[in-house]
Write a protein that binds this ligand. Structure first.
Ligand code: NAP
Length: 482
């Protein structure tokens, strides 16, 4: 059976093992064409709370399923995701706009987390600790947190879900996901595959509708023990405050403002290649995308000439067309922000090397752009642009550029290029961010801890620590009579 034949285009959500509709539905539009790609239910608050109750009921059984069986079911889900890569990628490109090759890459990346956590299920370990008193024994177990709720963004419609759902299932939690309203179809397709993999009713559910209605229920229903969120810092902070009422456990993957530094001793060709990969993936709509590019004055001309030639040659178009490298932005608001950042920088003295304008394909298109001579306090260097814009800012000394790099409330990712080993260690240690790419623009992997510091978030996804986020420690003190 093809994924596209089943529930995802029948305006239904997966709740407690059944495909449920609502009185009203919401459109999902293709950002490349503006056409409707599908519809999803606008669930009521009662429907959301019923789903939470069923997740709580399902947890009573799921937490007792042996870890190896949970791992086998998650592994089966992984296999089905890989098997359905082409269909999933097509659904993703249709609702999100990224080129099909990138969408296939995201499915492989999303699946890698599912595989990783299927294996990690068997590595949940407790501890026996020495006690201070005679006849006393200390046992520490690691138990599933309980019902978890996830809210996810539109920029990675599959991976931002599997990074949360796979560890939750492996740990023995149940999880409800509210995908972004712009990209719910990929989430529903993943949910259908989880049913085929044997995930029991109520263990993994996908709910669509109004963000504030679902968000309120997630944050205030006492049956929900943990909220995991990926999205903007603004909404993350709001949900954190809402969860304070009953002190829910939290994981927050929030916005970034990644610096990309090219030192005078860097391999310029490789730095250009690294920046192209890191910046123009998903048309720059990536939380770890370099947002401000600092280039040493002595290599600035060579770097920006090579970069702008390659950027000008990128193939722009509908993501479903063969060879497309850059698709549309998610919506016209996204384009407005890029346009505003470019205009503000140019008014402050920056020069356009390539791009710098909207494209005449519709409301959601902006040309890949390189600006040079950007003042270091320009809006595009201080705020996440979330679009295909590279602002180049020059510098003279290591201390100076480190000051620039760390001068932000955010701390998600950072990148730098140097061939000097001493500098590499020094700068990696000094940069304030959760992740650092040294001579690479590609850092994310299932077996590495993904996450930020400062206003970029709390907690990590992936690696062995990604499972810890779904476990609680319980200390048991035994006094054994002799
Ligand atoms: P967003 O506006 O914060 O939306 C993210 C999710 O939150 C969506 O599902 C959205 O639902 C939901 N939401 C919005 N208002 C809500 C409310 N009042 N209550 C509950 N949920 C609510 O972010 P975005 O524009 O989709 O994503 C871009 C941001 O995400 C960027 O800042 C990016 O850096 C960040 N991001 C971070 C990471 C990371 O791992 N650190 C990864 C990817 C993206 P609707 O779609 O229904 O509005």
């Amino acid at each position: 059976m093809k994924l596209t034949d089943i529930a995802i285009f029948k305006q239904a959500c997966l709740i407690n093992g059944a495909w449920i509709t609502a009185e009203e539905s919401l459109p999902v539009n293709n950002p490349a064409t503006g056409e409707e790609a599908g519809r999803v239910p606008l669930l009521s608050a009662d429907q959301v709370n019923d789903a939470i109750t069923s997740a709580s009921e399902a947890w009573k059984t799921w937490k007792k399923v042996p870890a190896s069986t949970r791992g086998d079911i998650v592994r089966k889900w992984y296999e089905l995701i890989v098997k359905h890569t082409d269909e999933l990628a097509t659904i993703m490109t249709t609702e999100q706009g990224k080129p099909l090759a990138e969408a296939k890459g995201e499915i492989a990346y999303a699946a890698s987390y599912v595989k990783w956590f299927a294996e990690e299920a068997m590595r949940i370990q407790g501890e026996i600790l020495p006690a201070a008193a005679a006849n006393t024994h200390i046992r520490v177990s690691r138990d599933p947190v309980g019902v978890c709720a996830a809210v996810t963004p539109w920029n990675f419609p599959a991976a931002m879900i599997t990074r949360k759902v796979a560890p939750a299932l492996a740990a023995g939690c149940t999880i409800l996901v509210k995908p972004a309203s712009q990209t719910p179809l990929t989430a529903l397709a993943l949910a259908e595959l989880s049913v085929q993999a044997g995930v029991p009713d109520g263990v993994f559910q996908v709910l669509t509708g109004k963000a504030s209605v679902i968000g309120d229920a997630f944050c205030t229903n006492p049956l929900v023990r943990k909220l995991t969120f990926t999205g903007s810092t603004e909404i993350g902070a709001q949900l954190m405050a809402q969860c304070a009422g009953d002190v829910k456990k939290l994981s927050l993957e929030l916005g970034g403002n990644a610096p990309f530094i090219v030192f005078e001793d860097a391999n310029i060709e490789k730095a250009v290649e690294g920046l192209l990969k890191a910046k123009f993936r998903n048309a720059g709509q990536t939380c770890i995308s370099p947002n401000r590019v600092y280039v040493h004055n002595s290599v600035k001309d060579a770097f920006q000439t090579q970069l702008s030639e390659k950027v000008a040659a990128l193939k722009i178009g509908n993501g479903l067309e063969e060879g497309t490298e850059i698709g549309p932005l998610i919506d016209s608001k996204g384009v407005d922000k890029v346009e505003e950042h470019v205009k503000q920088a140019v008014a402050a003295g920056a020069k356009v090397l390539t791009g710098g304008e909207r494209l005449p394909f519709g409301d959601n298109w902006y040309a890949p752009t390189v600006l040079t001579g950007v003042p270091r306090d320009a809006q595009c260097a201080c705020e996440e642009t979330f679009g295909p814009l590279v602002p180049i800012i020059s510098f003279d000394t290591e201390d100076e550029v480190l000051g620039y790099a760390n001068d932000t409330p955010f701390g998600l990712a950072a990148y730098f290029y140097t061939d000097n080993l001493h500098r590499a260690q020094r700068v990696a240690d000094a940069i304030e961010s959760g992740m650092v790419g040294i001579n690479t623009g590609v850092i994310s992997a299932a077996n590495a801890p993904f996450g930020g510091i400062k206003a970029s978030g709390i907690g990590r996804e992936g690696a062995h620590v990604g499972l810890e986020e779904y476990l609680e420690m319980k200390y048991q003190c035994y006094v054994i009579e002799e």
